[in-house]
Design a protein around this ligand. Structure first.
Ligand SMILES: O=c1ccn([C@@H]2O[C@H](COP(=O)(O)OP(=O)(O)O[C@H]3OC[C@@H](O)[C@H](O)[C@H]3O)[C@@H](O)[C@H]2O)c(=O)[nH]1
Length: 367
């Protein structure tokens, strides 16, 4: 047994040397049960210390991995961040993917700034709306496929940290975490929307469906830019919102007229069926800066012809009438409509009294 103890460790070897040379009396009790627990604890303490260090190191190495696999073991703050990360529509994906550990609160949280999507934001009306929202301190994401919109209309905002531009066609779904959606994407001039009528109606129906789906998913408020053309060839002048129109479902302009009518139907159905807060603005003939010279609408046509000293072309018998408005007035109206409490359909000359009556009745209403 003594021989075995010598082989085990040099510590033991030294100890036995000490024992043999010491003046203390030899204690046979110590060697009597060398494999007893007190003996092992006393003689193998170095081994125990090493094992302890190994277990401790292993715990600290694997602990973060384990916590990522099991978020339920963390505080409520880290759990909610994890769930936001799981939502594919959530912008939290961005900070989570940077490798932040659960429980670490990103700097952006706490500073609540509204995030607003403007579809068709590179267009004539859209770009003015984006300017207005940026001036109000909001974060703006523009979605545009540049069919009639131009990057030039937004060039002055490139580099602004509160501005983002995404080349995307609303006919395809997109996931974003936003507070408000201004849905403008669609060619509006008769020349442009008649160029590819199937694409026009697809943009109005599928594009609006996608944006309403997004609004429902993230709880965003939704504003649809509709048109005076939903009245078709109206038999009433001027047209009130309560007028249902005199429409032709198979005419050359129907891709736009009927497309916008369907978009309005979808918006109201999402309001009634899915509690999406919707606003519908029936926009009349608008003019102002950034309108393309080849826009095809009457104001730009007349201005372009006047500049070129050409005669102005009046279509038909010239007895048709239109309501015109300057683009900044329209943009102010769109923002007021979005921010107001009233849901439903509105025109520029809508009276305050009617707005409030609707607000009292709640968002849901039928014409
Ligand atoms: O050169 C022209 C252009 C147009 N016109 C006439 O002027 C009137 C206005 O026509 P526009 O092309 O400007 O457009 P509209 O008013 O018919 O619809 C437009 O305004 C409302 C928006 O909601 C629609 O998106 C947009 O199509 C029409 O009667 C048209 O025939 C001319 O007489 N000469």
């Amino acid at each position: 047994m003594m021989k075995q103890s010598h082989k085990q460790t040099s510590v033991n070897h030294r100890r036995e040397d000490e024992i043999s040379t010491s003046t203390q009396s030899y204690s046979p009790k110590m060697l009597k049960h060398p494999r007893s627990i007190p003996y092992i604890f006393k003689e193998q303490r170095l081994l125990f210390i090493l094992v302890g260090i190994l277990i401790g190191s292993a715990f600290f190495i694997f602990q973060p991995t384990l916590s990522r696999l099991n978020p339920s073991t963390h505080s409520s703050i880290s759990t909610s961040i994890y769930h936001r990360h799981q939502d594919p529509a959530s912008g939290s994906l961005r900070f989570a993917s940077k490798g932040s550990f659960p429980g670490r609160v990103p700097a952006a949280i706490g500073k609540k700034r509204r995030r607003i999507v403007v579809t068709g934001g590179a267009g004539f009306v859209g770009s003015h709306l984006v300017d207005k929202l940026i001036s109000l301190g909001d974060e703006v994401i523009v979605i545009d496929n540049f069919f009639t919109g131009r990057k030039d209309n937004l060039a002055h905002l490139f580099g602004n940290p509160r501005f983002e531009l995404i080349r995307h066609d609303v006919v395809d779904p997109i996931l974003l975490e936003v507070d408000q959606i201004y849905h403008l994407a669609c060619p509006a001039s008769p020349v442009h929307y008649k160029y590819n009528p199937i694409k026009t109606i697809k943009t109005n129906v599928m594009g609006t469906l996608n944006m309403l789906g997004l609004a429902k998913r993230v709880g965003a408020r939704f504003l649809l830019t509709s048109t005076s053309e939903v009245y078709g060839d109206p038999l009433e002048h001027p047209q009130k919102e309560t007028y249902w129109g005199n429409v032709n479902p198979i005419g050359e302009r129907s891709c736009y007229d009927e497309g916008k009518r369907t978009a309005e139907t979808l918006a109201m159905d999402y309001n009634r069926g899915a509690d999406v807060e919707v606003r519908i603005a029936r926009i009349f003939n608008t003019y102002g800066p950034r309108m393309c010279l080849d826009d095809g609408r009457v104001v730009s046509n007349f201005v372009a012809q006047a500049i070129r000293k050409q005669p102005m072309t009046v279509y038909g018998d010239g007895k048709q009438t239109r309501s015109f408005q300057y683009v900044s007035d329209l943009v102010d109206g769109l923002v007021a409509l979005m921010e107001g409490r009233a849901c439903g359909t509105f025109q520029p000359w809508q009276s305050r009294r009617v707005h409030h009556a609707r607000a009292r009745r709640g968002c849901q209403r039928d014409h």
